[in-house]
Design a protein. Sequence first.
Length: 322
Amino acid sequence: MHPHFQRKNAVAIRNFENVRENCKRLAWEELSFKTSTPGLYSGDSIFSHFTSRETEMSIRRLEAVTVCVDYADFLAETLPHNLQHFDHVIVVTGEQDRATQQLCRQLGVECRVTDLMHYEGDSFAKARAIDYGLAYLRRDDWVVHLDADIWLPPMTRHWIEWAHPDPDCIYGIDRCNCTSWDAWRKFIDRPMRQQHQHVQHCLTVPPFDVANGRPFPMGARISLRQYGGYVPIGFFQMWNAGRFPDRRYPLIQGSAEHTDVLHAIQWPASKRRILPEIIAVHLESENSEMGVNWKGRKSKPFGAAAGKNVSIAESTAGAYGQ
């Protein structure tokens, strides 16, 4: 054989041996991964775990439904910021809530008006309004039920997509509580880069209460022993409606109490998960007991006029040109 071809043949053999050794090493690493992480590994190839599974869990569309009855003062503060995260948003309100209807018109948001929440004398059957709003979504991929008084941080949509959520699961997030208009304005009026909750590239921290010089206090999670632990509650619930097209919001309660829990436990405990990278801000006009508004709005208006004898409509006057 000519010396030139002998050299090329020797190089090809060495390259083949290197490839074979690399394959052996990667196979050993895959076996070690299987052995050392029981329960985490699904059994398919480690490489397909990070390719085909990510493709399956990608988000094509994210929709949201929000019920807002006499909450226009909160919605005026949250909705303009939250719209960026969703491909379609529907707000459900009552016939008498002109402030919410006007706000949606000004923001170009689809608003659906119904009296279902007061059907047959119910005080505030919120689940009926949620289910009504869900019917107007496409529901061919992921949907979120989001409360009107919840602000989502700027990177929310990115974190959801990066998480590659499992379509068989329902997801929740954490929240912290902002209990005054002054604290809220001092937080939200800062530049957007100061509203991010991640520092040093990897630390997730609660939003900072500038007015009081400390992070906003974290809200509690719900864990129920009889249902296997963590339950994502209604201020933020995300599930894949394309995977579960017939899974509706429970309609048996006559108020807003516990219907969110009944919805979440339609998924087994192993399929109820949290997105820990996202910490929302829950707006409150005052320190209130849990459930103060479960049977209709009782808390005082949220705004610069909070504490004065004004209506919700008056407290939102002037927002977005009203």
